[in-house]
Every structure is written in structure tokens, then in C-alpha cells.
Design a protein around this ligand. Structure first.
Ligand code: SF4
Length: 479
């Protein structure tokens, strides 16, 4: 019996494996005739290169489930995985169409185990990568991570979406991923010394972690399950763990003593950190990136601060960033922002001359599967974020403010503002600034398509006519 050998380069690449597996199938090479190079030792393999064989039959047909499974399994470090997948492919293409549903089958079970391990490792990478700022470079970050499996290509797009607004690199021993703000690239492996050791954000992170650490909820077994010790060396907060764990018992006792002394408050007192003393829009924007005044910063990707010329005479205040804004770091770039642009254009108003911001600077959402559904910010979020808006207004000093939606209107005019009764009505703020409110463009998009939405859009455009009346004069004053 002839023997053949196959090499997949790089060994985790789905397309490379598919090309080789398809060629082997088409040449009629059975799984037991084929030796796979699982870890780059091709020259040691005996037999004929499978890619040199002439096809004798058509390409195999396999269900999409198999391809998804193969994509995961290939990222595992198990040297037998290429052969395992080829056996599965051979059996499915030979007629066992429902093979993947047979969980008791040894090959199917093994493939499932490998895919699960890759899934777990990917989850750990998403949770435990910590970026550190590159000294001397603005907005450039590097992280060091040691994955168990070949998962960098698989997980890097997640970081590209999540940290779209910054330049970063993730270095690992076998592969590196780079994001320059617009494109993802990959390179060779690195060493831990290639990444910055520590930065100011580590100290910030440790302070935060020490403050939120609740010794009464301590469950070391769960903790080490969720945060295995092998990742600790790359986590800034992990340095605190031995001390926090050692002190946990005494801290719980102290908490119990304190609770026995003081009557329990029905509403816990909220400690809100003061705003830093930043002057000018760039400094304010940088300071807002670190804001922790409410919990919205945590699941969101980044702070979405206002943008536009500091000399703008018209300020637009929206509600909060949406999904697209959260990912890009810029306000009014999603579907609602595009509708707003269209409405502005009907009045000949140049968006580039407006200052655009939101009442709340972090995206509030609910995760449903892969989707992030918008949730209205609570009054407490609006109040916590209001000082940022006040600073923007004090810095830009607009002559006109337009509030889009009820949250923005309440942030500017106060809690008693009734949007649908008071929309499109000029008002004067205490400092003399003229302002009015209208609906948020996302409200227009939420109307049923057809006549209802057309009517909502037209009324929104009509409201903005109010702005058009004064925009020319105000824009001229800013030029
Ligand atoms: S929503 Fe506003 S107050 Fe809350 S963390 Fe973000 S920037 Fe700070």
C-alpha cells in the first residue's frame, strides 16, 4: 500500500488544511494511507506529497457544521488533529452524512473535546489580555499573552472590533497580531520582554481591583477556575491577590463588626469621583477615557467623547453612543447619525462645523447572544455624566444648543422637561445660550417603516428648520 504525507502551513489555518484534505480526497487517498505533519516536521515524514497526486474524483461535500468544527479543532495543539479531521471528512463524504450527531462516536467525541478546549482558551484570551501603553508613543498599546492553543488569528478580530479606536499589538510566543486603526495584520512570535513591563494604567487597575474586591464573596475554588494561576503573571491585579486572599478573613470579620455597629442604610451612599482638572477639549477627552463615575464604562468598549471644532457655535447633544459609536469611539456615526446627517443636509447645515456630543458618554446595552441591544441610560447615569457635558459647554461656549431626545433635554433643561410637549421651542439657558429640543434620530428609526417613519422623519426635519433659521448667523460667527 502506498503511503502519502501532508503538511498544513500554518498548521492552524483552515484554508490550508482544506486545500490539502480536498486534494487527498480527490486523489482517493484513504485516511490510513496518509500521515499528517502536525507540527512542522515535514522533512521527517515518509511517503509522497499528497498535493502532487492527480485527482480521480470530484471534491467532497460536507455540511457547514463540519467546517465550523474543523475551524476550531485546527487551532488545538494536538498533533493528531489534522488526521482526525480528515477521518471525519472521509466518513461524512463517503455517506455518513449525520456523523456529527453521533456523540458516542470516538472521532466525533474527540473533535468535540478539542473544539471545547479551543473555545475555553479563546474565552481566557478575551478576558485576560491586558494592554500596556508603549512609552513615548501616543495611543499605542501592547499586550503579552500566552495562549495554550493556536488561537491568535481566531480571537484577534474580536480585539479589532472592541479596540477599533486605538493602535495595538498582541504578542504571543508563536504569533503576533497588530491593529493600526484600520487593518489587522499578523507576524511571528515574540518574547515577554518585547512588551512593556508596566504602566500607569496597571496601577490604576490595581487600585480599582483592590476597591471592588469583596472578601465576603471570596470563593478561591471558583476564582482559580475562572482565573487560572498561569494567567496571573500577566495580570496587573494578580499581584494583589496573595495579600487580598490572606487578609480576606480579617476583612470579613471587620465588615461584620461594622455592620453590627451601624444600622444598615436602605440606600447605600454613592461615592462619585470628582472630575479631574483638565483644561481644553483634548485634555478633557483624555481624562474622560479613564472615567469611572458610573458603572457604564465597564462593559463598554470605550468612552465616546464629543467631537467638532472648539470654536463651534452650535452644539448638538444626543443621548448616548450606540453600538457603532462604541466600537469606533466617535459620536453620531451609526444609522441614527447618518439619518441626522441627511436631515442636516436638507437645511444646508454643515456637520463639520458643529460640535457633537452625548449626555452620557458610554454605551449602555444588554447582551443578547452576539447582539448588543441598546438600553436607555438611567437618571443616575445622566447625573454622573453631566459634569462632562457641563465642561464641554463651558469650553466650547456654543451660542446654540440642540438637544436630541428626552435624556439630552433633561440633562440640559432639567428633570421636568417634557419632550413631546416642549419640542421645537426656543428657550434661554441661565447663561443666555439659546436652546431647543427635538426627538432623537433613533426614535425616527424605531417607527414602523412606511408612512409612520416618513411622517416622523419629516417632523424631525421641520424641527431642525428652527436651527436653520439661526445656523447661518451662528456659523458665520464661528468662521
Ligand atoms: S457614562 Fe459618563 S459618568 Fe459613566 S463612566 Fe462613562 S463617562 Fe463616566
Amino acid at each position: 500500500m502506498s503511503t502519502f504525507h501532508a503538511t498544513v502551513t500554518p498548521p492552524w489555518d483552515e484554508r490550508a488544511w482544506r486545500d490539502v484534505a480536498r486534494a487527498a480526497w480527490r486523489a482517493g487517498i484513504a485516511p490510513d494511507q496518509l500521515t499528517w505533519d502536525g507540527d512542522g516536521q515535514a522533512s521527517l515524514l515518509a511517503g509522497v506529497d499528497v498535493l502532487a497526486q492527480a485527482p480521480v474524483r470530484l471534491a467532497p461535500h460536507v455540511p457547514p457544521d463540519f467546517l465550523a468544527l474543523a475551524g476550531s479543532v485546527l487551532c488545538h495543539r494536538d498533533a493528531q488533529r489534522h488526521g482526525l479531521l480528515y477521518r471525519l471528512l472521509w466518513r461524512i463524504a463517503s455517506g455518513e452524512r449525520a456523523l456529527l450527531e453521533r456523540e458516542t462516536d470516538a472521532d466525533v467525541r474527540r473533535a468535540g473535546e478539542l473544539a471545547k478546549a479551543v473555545g475555553r482558551d479563546s474565552h481566557k484570551m478575551k478576558a485576560f489580555v491586558r494592554f500596556r501603553e508603549v512609552p513615548g508613543e501616543r495611543d499605542a498599546f501592547v499586550a503579552w499573552f500566552e495562549p495554550e492553543h493556536f488561537i491568535v488569528d481566531r480571537v484577534a478580530p474580536f480585539f479589532a472590533r472592541r479596540f477599533a479606536g486605538m493602535r495595538w499589538a498582541i504578542l504571543t510566543p508563536y504569533r503576533s497580531a497588530f491593529w493600526d486603526g484600520s487593518a489587522l495584520g499578523f507576524g511571528g512570535g515574540a518574547t515577554r520582554g518585547d512588551a512593556p513591563a508596566d504602566d500607569a494604567q496597571d496601577a490604576l487597575w490595581r487600585t480599582y481591583y483592590a476597591n471592588i474586591f469583596n472578601p465576603a464573596r471570596l470563593n478561591p475554588r471558583m476564582m482559580t477556575q475562572e482565573m487560572p494561576q498561569k494567567y496571573w503573571k500577566n495580570l496587573p491585579e494578580a499581584r494583589l491577590l496573595p495579600t487580598l486572599l490572606a487578609e480576606a478573613g480579617a476583612r470579613v470579620q471587620a465588615m461584620a463588626d461594622r455592620e453590627a455597629e451601624a444600622p444598615r442604610r436602605r440606600i447605600p451612599e454613592r461615592v462619585v469621583e470628582p472630575l479631574p482638572r483638565a483644561e481644553g477639549l483634548p485634555a478633557l477627552r483624555a481624562a474622560a477615557r479613564e472615567c469611572r463615575r458610573c458603572e457604564l464604562w465597564q462593559p463598554a468598549t470605550q468612552t465616546v467623547f464629543g467631537e467638532g471644532p472648539s470654536s463651534a457655535r452650535i452644539m448638538i447633544v444626543g443621548e448616548q453612543p450606540g453600538d457603532a459609536e462604541d466600537l469606533s469611539g466617535r459620536p453620531f456615526v451609526g444609522p441614527a447619525g447618518q439619518l441626522f446627517d441627511r436631515a442636516l443636509a436638507t437645511h444646508g447645515i454643515d456637520r463639520a462645523r458643529l460640535y457633537l456630543t452625548n449626555a452620557v458618554k458610554h454605551f449602555r446595552f444588554e447582551q443578547r447572544g452576539k447582539r448588543r441591544l441598546h438600553r436607555n441610560p438611567a437618571v443616575s447615569h445622566m447625573q454622573a455624566c453631566r459634569p462632562w457635558l457641563e465642561r464641554e459647554i463651558a469650553t466650547v461656549k456654543p451660542r446654540i444648543i440642540v438637544c436630541l431626545g428626552a435624556t439630552a433635554a433633561r440633562a440640559v433643561f432639567g428633570a421636568g422637561f417634557k419632550l413631546m410637549e416642549q419640542r421645537a421651542t426656543w428657550m434661554r439657558l441661565d447663561d443666555g445660550t439659546r436652546a431647543f429640543a427635538t426627538v432623537h434620530p433613533s426614535w425616527v428609526l424605531r417607527q414602523a417603516s412606511g408612512e409612520a417613519r416618513d411622517t416622523a422623519y419629516q417632523s424631525f426635519v421641520d424641527d431642525l428648520a428652527l436651527l436653520a433659521e439661526l445656523a447661518d448667523a451662528a456659523q458665520d460667527a464661528s468662521s
